[in-house]
Design a protein around this ligand. Structure first.
Ligand code: ADP
Length: 488
């Protein structure tokens, strides 16, 4: 507690006149006819008039616009007479240079004993900043509203079905086309509605992929069957992309595409190729056996052209056998029938043996780098198939790359094998599809013939080993196809 004597002392330090003069608001007083009789320094600074110029010479209404004057005379002053005080009425106050600023004016009257107003004390608060802030707020609100309307317009009229989800993967918005397509009732919880129409066989896998995609924080896609209002299941592809703000995912956006026709076409193609390859397998195996027999019966007297034709036939048959093998592997993979014969072997030795075979052709240089001692647990024959596929692709799509570089590295519990060429590279937008069945980046002409199955088979083989597969590629610099296998 402060002692009373101390209080007096402290009070004596306060200068009310200075407080009046330099307050953060304007003070002025005027007589009942409006003549200004006193004004503080703050208001005089705001107005640009000296105190002497204002007092005695100017009227309160000289500070107001024409409209302000009328308002003052018709409402403000009569109210002051009636109520004695008037609070926070908005006026534009005019400065000496003709400019004005928005202000709130509060007044209280000083009356004589007969109740007549003798003087009025007024407080002026400059609200320029507040007005600016209010108008900015209003502008921002209008902009936000316009953006929202625009988004709703685009989102509802776009021919695609689109959705939005929170960072934890809960779908909280679907556009009109989505809701109409699946007849999702307005106001129904969207996520639950979508989950309820997933085909029971696809549900566990699709939900796992969805959760993994959301956790991953990068673009993802889920393929699944959804029930249409007609009661039939159809194939859809749901794609999601993260919306990044300040370096963090703040939302998920995505599309839902009807891919039923595409999936059915692929299934038909699978079926046809599976039947065709089974039908071709037997006669081609016989053809190969007959050629082998012919080889043994070869007569040295025959002219050299026979030998050449024989070798070419052999090469062509080998090519057909490898194509049929690819087709058969694809149908086996689809039916989950690809069995693995796991053993432990040195991965560099396997690469060395493969390279030696390719070196015989003498067209490219094969260089193996990295850890030569790594042993993996895998099916040697299948890994051989993958490496040969990668090298064949490098030779096919990067024919002018003088060197093919193979690298073996240890990556945690895995061995990583990379095969690099210095070829034309692959367009970035094509990379996500390379390991899909029947996918081929545009190749016109017979130089690059193929079925688009090689990388799909490689990916399935590696996935079955618990490894990963991928490609890093840059246009005009080359491509590096890689895979990982568990270490022994
Ligand atoms: P295919 O060779 O029969 O087309 P793959 O599945 O082996 O099928 O390859 C798929 C596609 O990947 C090829 O069509 C080609 O566009 C691309 N590709 C594969 N390897 C390379 C490479 N080393 N350089 C450039 N493109 C490649």
């Amino acid at each position: 507690m402060t002692e009373p004597s101390n209080l007096d002392f402290l009070n004596s330090l306060i200068d009310p006149e200075s407080l009046y003069e330099n307050a953060p608001c304007g003070y002025f007083s005027f007589a009942s006819d409006g003549t200004i009789i006193k004004i503080n320094q703050t208001l005089s600074n705001w107005l640009g008039w000296t105190k002497n110029e204002v007092t005695g010479g100017m009227k309160m209404t000289d500070l107001l616009s024409v409209g302000g004057k009328i308002y003052y005379q018709m409402f403000y002053y009569p109210l002051l007479v009636m109520a004695g005080t008037v609070n926070e009425i908005s006026f534009d106050i005019f400065r000496r240079d003709g400019t004005s600023f928005p202000a709130l004016v509060s007044s209280n009257s000083v009356k004589d004993k007969d109740g007549n107003i003798r003087a009025v004390n007024a407080v002026v608060t400059d609200i320029t900043d507040r007005k600016k802030y209010e108008s900015e707020l209003l502008r921002a609100k209008k902009l936000a509203e316009a953006e929202k309307n625009r988004f709703e317009f685009v989102s509802n009229y776009i021919p695609e079905m689109i959705w939005m989800a929170s960072t934890d993967g809960v779908i909280d918005y679907v556009n009109k086309r989505f809701a109409d397509h699946f007849k999702i009732p307005a106001g129904a919880p969207v996520l639950e509605s979508v989950i309820s129409i997933i085909h029971p066989d696809d549900k566990p896998g699709a939900l796992r992929k969805w959760a993994k995609g959301i956790d991953g924080g990068t673009d993802f896609s889920v393929q699944l069957r959804l029930k249409t209002p007609a009661g039939l299941y159809s194939w859809y592809q749901i794609k999601g992309v993260p919306f990044i703000e300040d370096g963090f995912v703040s939302k998920w956006l995505g599309s839902c595409l009807d891919i039923n026709t595409h999936v059915l076409e692929i299934e038909k193609k699978d079926e046809f190729l599976s039947v065709a390859s089974h039908e071709l397998k037997t006669p081609v195996t016989s053809l190969k056996a007959y050629l082998q027999l012919l080889g043994r019966l070869k007569d040295p007297q025959l002219p050299p052209v026979y030998q050449k034709l024989f070798e070419q036939s052999n090469r062509s048959v080998e090519k057909i056998v490898s194509l049929i093998d690819d087709l058969l592997s694809t149908s086996r993979l689809k039916e989950g029938q690809l069995s693995l014969r796991i053993s432990e072997f040195n991965i560099s030795t396997l690469l060395e043996n493969i390279c030696n075979t390719f070196r015989l052709e003498g067209k490219h240089t094969f260089i193996i780098h990295g850890n030569r001692s790594l042993k993996v647990r895998a099916d040697e024959h299948r890994v051989d198939q993958v490496v040969i596929n990668f090298i064949n692709n490098a030779l096919k799509y990067a024919p002018n790359s003088p060197e093919i570089i193979l690298l073996v590295e240890e990556r945690g519990d895995f061995a990583k094998v990379s095969i690099s060429d210095k070829g034309p590279g692959i367009l970035r937008e094509k990379i996500p599809y390379l390991f899909e069945r029947y996918y081929r980046a545009d190749h016109k002409g017979s130089q690059y013939s193929g079925l688009g199955l090689g990388l799909y088979i490689c990916a399935e083989i590696i996935k079955r080993h618990g490894g990963t597969i991928g490609v890093d590629s840059e246009m005009d610099s080359g491509s590096t196809f890689w895979f990982t296998l568990p270490l022994a």
